[in-house]
Design a protein around this ligand. Structure first.
Ligand code: ZN
Length: 332
């Protein structure tokens, strides 16, 4: 029996795991839309059997684990898991061990009278938070029998999936805007990925990647479009929970471009709440550049209006945040 299903928060429809995954469906089949220069509609979410997990020894298991080891919790991961053999079918655990995340990503800081903590994901396999999503997407591709993955990226997600694919022997096809910083372009190419430099913005690269991937049947890692990107990024909420021994911080500031990191953190904390492991959700605060502030504008006006984005903070430069509606829910 499958331990998770897909559902659409917009139209409330629920879909079986087999229907969505075997047909390579990404957005809600009933109401999903990926339109040019607009946020995605019908971004699917994954639901687990929270009641069953609550009744298990999940809490003690989590407290006996190190951060960065979400693989110890197959009950909250959208991967096939063989409970009799205690393995993820098709996935080599030796390879998994070469893709470990940092076990202590917290850096303590002091500012005036405040205790601040920075979440440092630069010690991940490709030095980026994006690895949390890339590893999960790559494993899903392997379980689906697909060996080609694509992604549109401003740089970090592309180099992340390129690096993870290199390690796992998969082909990576990365679409980037022509403004990509040279260091990130070189990082992607050094992992041996096929690089497509799009004469346009990140939003153009995103759209082109969707079109080509659909024709070529590449497994698409585009952020938010593939719901597993949100699932992978939720792991940071679990890591924060483990590191703070259940006492999660009151406020968490999150850099936001497409809104998938903040959406992922929100999903993770929602699950911890659903599992009765925390009593209230931390306040998530989206931080944007004034030159790329679509989420902030939407928060104020409740309307999305496309406005081209420009900022030196290239990783959070997104004029049409793909995960806008979930990001809005996360900060509301
Ligand atoms: Zn829907």
């Amino acid at each position: 029996m499958n331990h998770y299903t897909y559902y659409c928060p917009s139209c409330q429809k629920e879909f079986s795991k087999n229907f969505i995954e075997e047909n390579l469906i990404y957005l809600c089949p009933a109401c999903g839309k990926a339109e040019r220069n607009k946020p995605l509609e019908g971004v699917l979410r994954i639901k687990y059997d929270y009641e069953k997990i609550r009744k298990s020894d999940f809490k003690s298991k989590i407290f006996n684990s190190l951060p960065g080891s979400i693989w110890n919790f197959p009950e909250i991961l959208p991967l096939d898991f063989d409970y009799n053999k205690n393995v993820f079918p098709e996935i080599d655990f030796a390879l998994l061990n070469t893709l470990t995340l940092s076990t202590n990503p917290i850096i303590k800081l002091k500012f005036e009278n405040y205790n601040l903590y920075a979440f440092d994901d630069t010690r991940n396999p490709t030095f980026s938070y994006k690895d949390r999503a890339s590893i999960l997407v790559a494993f899903k591709a392997i379980q689906l029998g697909l060996n080609k993955i694509s992604a549109a990226s401003t740089g970090n997600a592309g180099s992340s999936i390129a690096g993870i694919c290199a390690r796992l022997g998969l082909e990576a096809n990365i679409f980037v805007p022509k403004t990509i910083p040279e260091s990130k372009r070189i990082q992607i190419q050094s992992y041996g990925a096929n690089l497509f430099v799009v004469d346009g913005t990140y939003d153009d690269a995103f759209d082109l990647c969707l079109e080509v991937s659909s024709k070529k049947k590449w497994f698409n890692r585009n952020t938010a479009f593939n719901p597993l990107t949100i699932e992978g990024k939720k792991s940071a909420a679990y890591d924060i929970y483990i590191l703070f021994r259940g006492k999660v911080p009151e406020n968490i500031f999150v850099p936001a471009g497409d809104g998938v990191i903040i959406g992922g953190l929100y999903k993770g904390f929602l699950e911890l709440f659903e599992l009765k492991l925390i009593e209230k959700l931390p306040k998530l605060i989206a931080v944007q550049s004034s030159g790329s502030n679509a989420i902030v504008r939407y928060f104020k006006t409740k309307k999305f209006k496309f406005k081209s984005a420009e900022t030196i903070a290239d990783s959070i430069c997104a004029a049409a945040p793909r995960n806008l509606f979930m990001a809005y829910e996360a900060i509301s």
